[in-house]
Design a protein around this ligand. Structure first.
Ligand SMILES: NC(=O)c1ccc[n+]([C@@H]2O[C@H](COP(=O)([O-])OP(=O)(O)OC[C@H]3O[C@@H](n4cnc5c(N)ncnc54)[C@H](O)[C@@H]3O)[C@@H](O)[C@H]2O)c1
Length: 339
């Protein structure tokens, strides 16, 4: 069988990882082309990966290339939706890094276009492909902990870099979006109904007036009664920390962690272990697994495991969180306004 020809948009940190995965870790895929508007960036990645791929500076030209079967988008968040829509229009399956869109109008358009044309869209909710989170989902879905009552999802990044250039509301739209999806994933079938958020600039208080929020807690109430919290902070001095906990009527499930390996050190100072300092180390298998699943779904015509509709729900919670911070009030999701 012929390999799936993939066009990659965005040759930055995440694009380089996905490009390497497509070129080296997925036997059924071929990295056919890379597009990045920065002159030399696509060529640079192609030569770093030592592959025979085309380089574009215009993502639209890549999307329109007739030899490309599927598109992987790893460009900055605010460029995603238009490229997803263009790829669907060209009949090409799309893997899009999170967030799929930053407003509900675009998210609705993508869900509609993907449903109408039956074109597969997968969003980069990599925790769904992490072994522990996947097992947690399976256990909870099969009723092993009864009805979920309390949930927590945590993201703590190891270091706040380039704080001055972080776009407004990033903590909700780009970081906590993972946690909002995790809450949905670990509370299968339930719908979020009310959101209350509190956020601040505690790492860089000097940037608060310019719109930086580096720490946030969001409570989410679900229609099955579950009360959940999602929290994020951009600088955990001990490493990259991604965890979830679901407490139900028949027990509790936890997933995620911070360990670099299973090695534990016992010495004069006590007991210790090393931690991951980088998302691509902690979630390496999940990042590879999500693209492996994407390729498998496209080739075998299977449904996506992280859909455009999942991304729309996570976005609804993120947008409601923003409204809540602005108003300092709880926001009911069904009265949520489009922004
Ligand atoms: N799933 C995760 O946990 C995870 C982790 C990190 C980043 N991401 C996501 O990946 C995406 C990229 O993040 P990154 O860290 O690689 O950023 P980055 O800044 O390192 O790379 C972005 C690249 O996109 C290019 N670019 C800029 N404008 C573009 C446009 N209009 N069209 C195409 N390319 C354009 C830039 O030149 C750059 O090479 C973001 O959406 C981010 O949220 C996801």
């Amino acid at each position: 069988m012929n390999k799936l020809n993939i066009g990659l948009i965005g040759a930055g940190r995440m694009g380089a990882f996905h490009g390497e995965t497509i070129a080296q870790r997925l036997p059924q895929a071929n990295l056919y082309a890379v597009a990045d508007p920065v002159p030399g960036a696509a060529k640079g990645l192609i030569s770093q990966l030592d592959v025979n791929a085309k380089a574009y500076t215009d993502p639209m030209e890549l999307i329109q290339d007739p030899c490309i079967d599927a598109v992987v988008i790893a460009s900055p968040a605010r460029t995603h939706a238009s490229n997803v829509l263009a790829a669907i229009k060209q009949g090409k399956a799309v893997f899009c890094e999170k967030p799929m869109a930053v407003n509900l109008k675009e998210a609705n358009e993508i869900v509609h276009a993907s449903d109408e044309s039956n074109i597969l869209v997968q969003v980069g909710f990599n925790r769904r492909f992490e072994k522990g989170f996947y097992s947690a989902h399976t256990e909870i879905a099969s009723g092993k902990i009864g009805t979920p009552q309390l949930m927590k999802s945590t993201t703590r990044d190891p270091k706040l870099n380039r704080a001055e250039s972080i776009p407004e509301w990033t903590i909700f739209l780009e970081t906590l979006i993972h946690d909002f999806d995790t809450l949905m994933y670990l509370n299968p079938g339930a719908k979020p109904v009310e959101v209350y958020a509190i956020a601040d600039a505690l790492i860089r208080p000097d940037l608060k007036d310019s719109g930086l929020l580096d720490t946030a807690v969001v409570t989410v109430k679900f229609d099955n009664g579950t009360i959940a919290t999602a929290e994020a902070n951009f600088q955990a001095v001990y490493g990259y920390d991604v965890r979830a906990e679901v407490f139900g009527s028949e027990g509790m499930i936890t997933a995620g962690g911070i360990r670099e390996s299973s090695m534990t050190r016992y010495n004069h100072n006590g007991v210790s272990f090393d931690t991951c300092r980088y998302d691509q180390d902690l979630l390496f298998d999940a990042y590879v697994g999500e693209l492996r699943s994407f390729v498998d779904c496209v080739i075998h015509n299977k449904p996506s495991l992280a859909t455009a509709n999942d991304a729309r729900y996570a976005l609804k919670i993120a947008l409601a969180s923003i409204e809540s911070v602005k108003s300092n009030l709880p926001i009911k999701l069904d009265q949520h306004v489009l922004i």
